[in-house]
Design a protein. Structure first.
Length: 506
């Protein structure tokens, strides 16, 4: 008798989506990378003087302060402590250079000096990268691959503008302002120097610049490049020191314009100090940027962008994506992937080429980061830090996620300026825009989505000077950078940045 043959296809059980998590390719302490230290000689001096009138000169007070390596708390060099008399001398040298040499010089001749500076910086790139890492604590691969090349790029770009200034303001003629006072922060010492000096020189101005107290070395090494380039004496002057020197640079009567990058609090002090004067001002201040991930975004790519947005340079970035706004349908997935990604970030010696997260710039900044994270946990945020061993000496902080954050939490409102990501969720586009804009700052934002129309709508509605789409922390000398609200005013880079260093004469 024939028997029925069972239908093999029908007998196969229906496939069900697995509830088990995907296996993690995390190997823990199974093996360690071999050390890969950068060995280039930074050629540091034991003591650095002020750079005024084309020469290194001792401070009038005879006082110096120590520059400390934040990775091991060891002294690197002694830095001159400038006083008001030194700042006066720097402005006198700059004014003389502007009136006699740099101001009357044709743009095509100024361009040659800018090109020469850029080339010399390229020639000494490894040396400057090591000096930047030792002085500031950022990983050597960031100094080597971003800071120094981008600094040179700004001088190349503005060298190209120096003989084309008639196109800066079409239909009008422009002229330099005179002497410009500039103060830069400690998070990107060499790059901020380039952002400030290159456009000022291309437009025909002379400069008095004060670097940050904790990171003055690369500015003073850069002065050596200015000497090698044959830049006329007094065109660029460096005065180092603390708040007194910075206040003297910003408030000096000779300055036709001041440019400041730093905290919003100090920016407000400078603005009050200069209210009622005719000085031009540009301010690039704090930020609390939102990185917004929609459900249709390429999630793995977005996770990499989020990590780059907050952990680049230990989070010491004014435009850092320190607030993650993630669409509720993918919030759990994004959080899980972020935790996995943090497990393989290497925290440690900034001079090791394998290091992803280096040293916090100073003990004071480390204490501020700790205080804000503790406040976030006390207010109800969930803390996640990957298991990792920190070096026994130096200023280090583990990469940190704070989830279940609300708009009222301090960590959602205040700039932490460290490797700490605050995570919030949203349900609709309008809610994402409202939460992103619910801040006193307006420097930058990121949007991750598959829809071009959504990107354009978000870019229109987000109150931020820069909106990145499906990427983060992309910079170019040709693109203007700056903020709104308490993130400052004015632009750096591009034609717009040059306009802030000139006056319209016809």
């Amino acid at each position: 008798m024939a028997t029925a043959t069972p239908d093999k296809k029908a007998a196969r059980p229906a496939a069900r989506p697995s509830s088990r998590p995907l296996p993690e390719l995390i190997f823990g302490d199974l093996w360690e990378f071999d050390p890969a230290p950068e060995t280039a000689d930074p050629k540091l001096k034991a003591r650095y003087d002020l750079f005024i009138g084309g020469q290194f000169v001792a401070p009038r007070s005879g006082k110096y302060f120590d520059s400390v390596n934040p990775a091991n708390e060891q002294k690197l060099a002694e830095i001159a402590l400038a006083g008001t008399a030194d700042v006066d001398a720097a402005y006198e040298a700059a004014q003389a250079a502007f009136e006699t040499t740099w101001g009357p010089m044709p743009g095509r001749e100024r361009a040659k000096y800018l090109y020469r500076i850029a080339r010399l910086l390229q020639d000494r790139a490894r040396e400057f990268a090591v000096a930047e890492t030792l002085d500031g604590g950022k990983p050597i691969k960031e100094s080597r691959d971003f800071d120094v090349p981008m600094a040179a790029a700004h001088f190349f770009y503005h060298a190209g503008w120096a003989d084309k200034l008639e196109y800066v303001a079409p239909g009008a003629r422009v002229a330099p302002l005179g002497v410009v006072g500039q103060v830069i922060p400690w998070n990107f010492p060499l790059l901020m120097l380039a952002w400030k000096i290159a456009p000022a020189l291309a437009m025909g101005n002379c400069v008095v610049l004060k670097p940050a107290e904790t990171t003055s070395i690369t500015a003073l090494k850069f002065a050596e490049i200015l000497q090698d380039a044959g830049l006329p004496p007094g065109v660029v002057n460096f005065v180092t020191g603390a708040g007194e020197a910075g206040a003297a640079v910003m408030g000096h009567p000779t300055a036709a314009k001041v440019a400041f990058t730093g905290s919003t609090e100090v920016g407000k002090i400078i603005m009050r100090q200069l209210a009622g004067t005719e000085k031009k001002m540009t301010m690039e201040l704090g930020g609390k940027a939102a990185n917004i991930v929609f459900a249709d975004a390429p999630i793995d790519q977005a996770v990499e962008g989020v990590v780059n947005g907050i952990f680049f340079n230990q989070g010491h970035v004014c435009c850092a994506g320190s607030r993650l706004l993630v669409h509720e349908p993918v919030a759990a997935t994004v959080l899980a992937k972020l935790k996995n990604r943090l497990k393989v970030l290497r925290v440690g010696d900034p001079m090791d080429k394998n290091t992803d997260v280096g040293a916090i710039n100073s003990r004071a900044q480390l204490d501020k980061i700790r205080e804000l994270v503790e406040a976030g946990v006390k207010e109800g945020a969930d803390l996640y830090q990957p298991p990792c061993r920190l070096p026994p000496k130096g200023y280090y902080f583990k990469p940190t996620l704070l989830s279940n954050v609300t708009q009222s939490h301090r960590v959602a409102r205040e700039e932490i300026f460290g490797p700490v990501l605050s995570i919030l969720t949203f349900r609709t586009l309008d809610e994402a825009v409202e939460k992103a804009n619910n801040t006193a700052f307006g420097l930058s934002a990121g949007v991750w989505t598959d829809k071009g129309s959504r990107i354009l709508k978000m870019a229109t509605e987000l109150k931020a000077g820069v909106v990145w789409a499906n990427t983060y922390n992309k910079f170019d000398p040709t693109s203007p950078f700056g903020g709104y609200k308490e993130s400052g005013f004015g632009r750096e880079g591009g034609r717009q940045g040059l306009l802030d260093y000139c006056r319209i004469v016809a």
